[in-house]
Design a protein around this ligand. Structure first.
Ligand SMILES: *[C@@H]1O[C@H](CO)[C@@H](O)[C@H](O)[C@H]1NC(C)=O
Ligand SMILES: *[C@@H]1O[C@H](CO)[C@@H](O)[C@H](O)[C@H]1NC(C)=O
Ligand SMILES: *[C@@H]1O[C@H](CO)[C@@H](O)[C@H](O)[C@H]1NC(C)=O
Ligand SMILES: *[C@@H]1O[C@H](CO)[C@@H](O)[C@H](O)[C@H]1NC(C)=O
Ligand SMILES: *[C@@H]1O[C@H](CO)[C@@H](O)[C@H](O)[C@H]1NC(C)=O
Length: 348
C-alpha cells in the first residue's frame, strides 16, 4: 500500500478551496485531481468520487488500512492463516471469495484502522475538513477538571470511514436471497463492527497542570485506544464470531438460534473456514509450506498442527540478538549484538 504515499506526494496540491466551493475550481484542478484517484488500485466508482473531493484524506485511509493489516498479521502470526492473502494488491479490492471468519476479521480490522487514522489526522490538523474532537463533556468527569484539550475526532473519523469504506459494497445490488447479497451484508456488518470497536475503546485522557506538577488542575480530552487493544478486542470477537445464514426474507440471521443474536459490535460470517493447509486461490489460502513452526508447542504454532501432519525440516539458523544491555545515565540503554545458532523447524 505504499503507493498511497508516493502517489500522494507527487500529485499533492491543496484542495482546501475544493472542499469549500466546488464551483470556483478551475478545470485544470479537476483534471489535475485525476491521477491520484484513478491510479489508486481497487477503488470503486463511489470511492473515486470521494477521493476527488477529499484528496487529503487518501494518505490516511491508506495508512489506516495498512495499520489494520499489520495488526491482523500480528494477531495471527502463530496461525495457519496469517493474514497474508493470495491477492493483496489493494486492501479494499482484495479478492477474498469465501465468507469465512478470517474474511470477517480482515474487513473489521481494516475498517477499524481507517477510523483510527482519520480521527487522529483530524486532531493533528492534517485534514482541511475537520479538526479537534467536539465531543460533549462526559457527565461523570469531576467538576473541577477541564474538558477541552484537542481530542481525536472519532465522530468525523467514524462518519467519513463509513462513507468511504462501505461505498464499494453499497453501490452494488444483488438479487434478494443470493449468495452475493449475503456477502454484501456480511461485509457491511463486519466493517461496522470494526468501527464500533475503535469507538468503544476510546476513552478520556487527562494531563496534570498546576504549580510544580501538583495536579491541582487537569485538562482532559477524548483519546483513541492504542491500536493493539483494538486488535486484541477484535481477535476475541473473531473467536466468538456468529455463524449466519439467509432467511426466507433475504436477511442474515443466526444459524444456531440458541445463542444471543450478534450485535453491531460483533463479527459475523456465512461460510466455514477451510483448513488453510494448502494453497488455494479461491479461498485466499497460501498454505503452510515453508512456515516456521515450534517443535515443542502443542498449540496452533506447533509443528504438528501448523504443518497439517506433513512433517517438517530442521535447519540451523544464525540469528542476531541484542545482548549485554547496559543502562546509561540518563536515560538510554545500550546493547551489543550477539549472534547465536538456533534450531528452526519449517513445514514441508
Ligand atoms: C503482499 O504484500 C506484501 C507486502 O506488502 C508483499 O511483500 C507480498 O509480495 C505481497 N504478496 C503477493 C502475493 O502479492
Ligand atoms: C476509561 O478510563 C477510566 C479511567 O481511567 C476507566 O475506569 C475505564 O474502565 C476506561 N474505559 C474503557 C472503556 O476503557
Ligand atoms: C479450493 O477450495 C475450494 C473451496 O473450499 C475447493 O472447492 C477447491 O477444490 C479447492 N481447490 C484446490 C485446488 O484445492
Ligand atoms: C504468512 O505465510 C506465508 C506462507 O504461508 C508466508 O509466505 C508469509 O511470509 C507469512 N507472512 C507473515 C507476515 O508471517
Ligand atoms: C515453543 O513453544 C514452547 C511451549 O509453548 C515455548 O515455551 C517456547 O518459547 C516456544 N519457542 C519459540 C522459539 O517460540
Amino acid at each position: 500500500l505504499s503507493f498511497f504515499h508516493s502517489i500522494f506526494i507527487s500529485f499533492y496540491f491543496s484542495v482546501k478551496s475544493l472542499a469549500m466551493n466546488p464551483l470556483l475550481i478551475p478545470e485544470a484542478y479537476i483534471i489535475g485531481a485525476q491521477p491520484l484517484c484513478s491510479q489508486l488500485v481497487g477503488l470503486s466508482q463511489g470511492q473515486k468520487k470521494l477521493c476527488q473531493l477529499y484528496q487529503d484524506h487518501m494518505q490516511y485511509i491508506g495508512e489506516g488500512a495498512k495499520t489494520g493489516i499489520r495488526e491482523c498479521q500480528y494477531q495471527f502470526r502463530h496461525r495457519r492463516w496469517n493474514c497474508s492473502t493470495v491477492d493483496n494488491s489493494s486492501v479494499f479490492g482484495r479478492v477474498m471469495q469465501i465468507g469465512s471468519r478470517e474474511t470477517a476479521f480482515t474487513y473489521a480490522i481494516s475498517a477499524a484502522g481507517v477510523v483510527n487514522a482519520v480521527s487522529r489526522a483530524c486532531r493533528e490538523g492534517e485534514l482541511s475538513s475537520c479538526g479537534c474532537s467536539r465531543a460533549a463533556r462526559p457527565k461523570d468527569l469531576p467538576r473541577d477538571w477541564l474538558w477541552g484539550g484537542c481530542g481525536d475526532n472519532l465522530n468525523y473519523g467514524y462518519r467519513f470511514s463509513k462513507e468511504f469504506v462501505d461505498a464499494r459494497e453499497r453501490e452494488k445490488s444483488y438479487p434478494k436471497g443470493s449468495y452475493e447479497s449475503a456477502r454484501l451484508m456480511m461485509n457491511i456488518h463486519n466493517n461496522e463492527a470494526g468501527r464500533r470497536t475503535v469507538s468503544d475503546l476510546a476513552n478520556v485522557s487527562c494531563k496534570c497542570h498546576g504549580v510544580s506538577g501538583s495536579c491541582s488542575l487537569k485538562t482532559c480530552w477524548l483519546q483513541l485506544a492504542d491500536f493493539r487493544k483494538v486488535g486484541d478486542a477484535l481477535k476475541e470477537k473473531y473467536d466468538s464470531a456468529a455463524s449466519m445464514k439467509l432467511n426466507t426474507r433475504g436477511k442474515l440471521v443466526q444459524m444456531h438460534s440458541k445463542f444471543n443474536a450478534p450485535t453491531s459490535h460483533d463479527l459475523v460470517y456465512i461460510e466455514s473456514s477451510p483448513d488453510y493447509c494448502l494453497k488455494n486461490q479461491s479461498t485466499g489460502s497460501l498454505g503452510t509450506v515453508g512456515r516456521l513452526c515450534n517443535k515443542t508447542s502443542e498449540g496452533m504454532d506447533g509443528c504438528e498442527l501448523m504443518c497439517c501432519g506433513r512433517g517438517y525440516d530442521q535447519y540451523k539458523a544464525q540469528i542476531v540478538e541484542r545482548c549485554h544491555c547496559k543502562f546509561h545515565w540518563c536515560c538510554y540503554v545500550k546493547c551489543k549484538r550477539c549472534t547465536k545458532i538456533v534450531d528452526q523447524f519449517v513445514c514441508k
